[in-house]
Design a binder for this molecule. Structure first.
Ligand code: NDP
Length: 279
């Protein structure tokens, strides 16, 4: 009997996860299926229950995407520390009556930075733009890499300040640096070695009010969005930064979920190449 997995979201038609996991499964010779399931906005738990009922013990896990990550966190009966810190779950594992919730987004970002882009967060001055779900998911994994500094800047300043305070209180941060939070106006005169855009401004074509000074010489600018050139990417390139989009993070967070489920780490480079150059 093969094992069954799914990704739940709304919308879900655009999801690349079924393709990514099919490529991982073929590469590592795992007997499994992976499908995309559109859940009603108020029907996430019911959709998960229906999937489990359809496949019985063969239903082994699921990925969760917008807008269900917080609800998945509540649905889980136990959570990993990184999911707890994020307050959001993108990976569920089903084990009898138990549902383990994990969050692989931050690990995916860190792995893309270190292994694919040669940009180790250790010792870097990091600016994280945005204070929504994507930002929350990457803060702890970034802090655990030992950056020199982590500043969270957000359009709504209070949200950045609250988020920074919340993570500064985590015991894991006691040995490392404590993040700080500000509005975009607080960026005047500041410089960073790694600037990560975790806002959704690119989806709306909006330009972030960033002073050019934020991009230090040899800065890496990381746009979490993928599939388009955003104003942030253009702005960073014009300021001399090396620019990357979030496709690598997408593939790496999927690889981390695959590892959680199957205990096998797939090679991501050929999958990333296949997504970048569909033939
Ligand atoms: P949320 O809706 O939770 O948060 C949105 C954030 O963007 C908030 O901080 C919001 O600020 C800010 N924002 C929205 N519009 C603007 C604007 N016009 N100008 C400035 N700031 C703005 O979204 P998520 O955190 O879930 O997603 C953020 C981005 O990350 C998306 O583009 C998403 O596609 C991408 N992403 C990529 C992943 C990957 O694997 N590559 C994984 C997860 C997300 P405010 O608080 O003021 O409203």
């Amino acid at each position: 009997m093969s094992d069954h997995y799914a990704v739940f979201g709304n919308p879900i038609g655009h999801s690349k996860s079924p393709r990514i996991h099919a490529l991982f499964a073929a590469q590592t010779r795992q007997d499994m299926s992976y499908e995309a399931i559109l859940a009603d906005k108020d029907g996430f738990a019911a959709a998960v229950a229906a999937f489990r009922a359809r496949h019985h013990a063969g239903a082994r896990g699921a990925n969760v995407t917008v807008p269900f990550k917080e609800e998945a966190c509540r649905l889980a009966t136990t959570r990993t520390p990184r999911a707890e810190a994020a307050g959001a779950v993108n990976t569920l594992s089903f084990d009898g009556g138990e549902i383990l919730g994990d969050n692989t987004d931050g690990a995916g970002l860190v792995r893309d930075l270190k292994h694919n882009l040669g940009c180790d967060p250790a010792g870097r001055r990091i600016l994280l733009l945005g204070a929504g779900g994507a930002a929350r998911g990457v803060i702890l994994p970034l802090l655990l890499e030992g950056p020199a500094d982590l500043l969270i800047a957000n359009r709504t300043e209070e949200t950045a300040a609250r988020l920074a305070l919340e993570f500064a209180r985590l015991p894991a941060c006691a040995v490392g640096i404590k993040p700080d939070g500000c509005g975009f106006a607080g960026l005047a005169g500041r410089s960073f070695d790694l600037v990560i855009n975790a806002t959704s401004a690119g989806l709306a074509g909006a330009v972030l009010p960033l002073p050019t000074s934020v991009f230090a010489p040899r800065c890496v600018a990381y746009e979490m969005l993928y599939g388009r050139e955003t104003a942030f990417m253009t702005q960073a390139r014009e300021a001399g930064a090396r620019v990357a989009d979030g496709l690598g993070m997408l593939v790496e967070q999927a690889a981390e979920a695959f590892f959680v489920w199957r205990g096998v780490r797939p090679h991501t480079a050929p999958v990333l190449a296949a997504l970048r150059n569909p033939s």
